[in-house]
Design a protein around this ligand. Structure first.
Ligand code: NZQ
Ligand code: ZN
Length: 389
């Protein structure tokens, strides 16, 4: 077992209600000229925009704004916003939204220091040398972007969706107020919950190294999603449910539970192709893929991990044969995703056919292999896509 790792999560978190009074002081530490970035307008509808603008005004800061960041954020929007940063000498970025807004803002901050197209940074053609400081106000529990250095960006011209990671893009401060997620609709709540679970699965289903402490914590985080996502769907204003989902989203992907583990993510590599080609919601793609991927990789070499998952997370009878527990766990997960969360079960239901599966499979494994829980080659990935139809 190789447990060497560096743990470094420097994002300062203000968690809970009425923390926005600290916004002005935190922004001021980074400068006076603030670019507020947001998406399609949910923050205007639910009143958060007004509260943020008020705090900025109170602090005497100069406010600029860039709106219209798309779900599956486009590189073209990032280029446009980076121009504003350069022209207006922006000191600090304030991202108010979900993962798409926060991801886009990270690359806006990096592109502000780059003389060229942001896509060069996303594809690592050019290195990220610096980034404007980023403060976030999270409005959707899902990606963990509020507490990590990753950004996932789409290029519609090339049907590509790519992730880029840099410690320079880590948010300096994140405001996590569960009440800001009360207006997230049932569909996005379900997709966000499926995304959180997937992050935990990608880390947990690993044959290489194990650390009991991290596995046990990961199981606890999974159980938190299973317990509270259905509550949030029934009662959108349930603080306890929204708070648990919010904190679990950050901890699923802030680097903590993956400490010391070497993994290559399988479902995310496949899902990013679905989003790149069909612009679907990330969490929905993951929900459809995950149980099929589990069925595909389940065999004598992987069954013990599924047994651990089934008995610890779904509390299936430990005395049953390992393979029976594994299959039951996958069934229970499917029931959770498709019946309790109400997400679509197949790609056909969302009008996706097999016409691009081959090219998508090739891109998912970069023409080679995904060295995940089980190695997946182009043909394997194509089969998994077929199983989702
Ligand atoms: O754009 P607005 O009007 O704000 O509406 C958004 C959007 O339509 C809406 N929404 C957000 N907060 C709301 C709300 N509606 C009502 N009330 C609120 N409080 O929800 C819709 C989806 O928002 P989006 O930001 O796209 O969702 P999410 O947070 O799930 O982010 C998804 C993106 O993050 C990437 C995904 O690939 C996808 O592009 N990921 C980022 C990761 C990371 N940075 O580490 C890892 C993930 O695995 C993922 O790949
Ligand atoms: Zn994800």
């Amino acid at each position: 077992m190789n447990t060497n790792f560096i743990y470094d999560i420097p994002t300062k978190v203000y968690f809970g209600e009425n923390q926005l009074s600290h916004l002005g002081e935190e922004l001021k530490k980074c400068g006076n000229r603030v670019l507020l970035t947001y998406g399609g307008g949910s923050i205007k509808k639910n009143g958060l925009y007004d509260k943020v603008a008020q705090e900025i005004q109170k602090a005497g800061l100069t406010l600029f704004e860039f709106s219209g960041i798309e779900p599956n954020p486009r590189h073209t929007s990032i280029n446009a916003a980076a121009e504003i940063c350069k022209k207006e000498n922006i000191d600090v970025l304030l991202a108010v939204g979900g993962g798409s807004t926060i991801d886009a803002t990270k690359v806006i901050g990096a592109t502000a220091y780059y003389d060229g197209d942001c896509w060069d940074l996303v594809t690592q053609k050019s290195p990220i040398t610096n980034c404007l400081p980023i403060v976030t106000i999270l409005t959707l529990s899902a990606t963990g972007s509020e507490m990590n250095g990753t950004a996932v960006i789409s290029n519609l011209e090339t049907n590509d969706k790519k992730g880029i990671k840099s410690s320079k893009m880590l948010p300096k401060v994140s405001f996590l107020d569960p009440t800001n997620t009360y207006t997230v609709n049932a569909y996005q709540t379900a997709c966000g919950s499926a995304d959180i679970l997937s992050h935990l699965f990608e880390i947990y289903f690993n044959q290489k190294e194990e650390m009991y402490m991290l596995d046990t914590m990961t199981e606890g985080l999974m159980k938190t999603v299973l317990k509270y996502a259905p509550v949030a769907l029934k009662e959108p204003n349930n603080y306890e449910a929204r708070a648990n989902l919010m904190w679990v989203s950050s901890w699923a992907l802030n680097g903590f539970v993956r400490c010391g583990k070497t993994q290559e993510w399988s479902c995310h590599a496949m899902e990013h192709q679905l989003s790149a080609y069909y612009d679907i919601t990330h969490g929905l793609g993951l929900a459809i893929l995950t149980p099929r991927w589990m069925e595909y990789v389940l065999d004598e070499t992987t069954v013990s991990k599924f047994y651990q998952f089934g008995t610890n997370v779904f509390e299936i009878d430990k005395n049953l044969p390992q393979m029976e527990v594994a299959k039951k766990a996958i069934e229970m997960l499917s029931d959770f995703l498709f019946n309790q969360l109400g997400l679509n079960r197949t790609l056909s239901q969302i009008d996706i056919d097999n016409s691009n599966f081959k090219i998508m499979a090739q891109k998912a494994c970069r023409g080679d292999v995904i060295q995940g829980f089980k190695s997946l080659y182009t043909e394997d990935i194509q089969k998994i896509f077929e199983m989702c139809l």
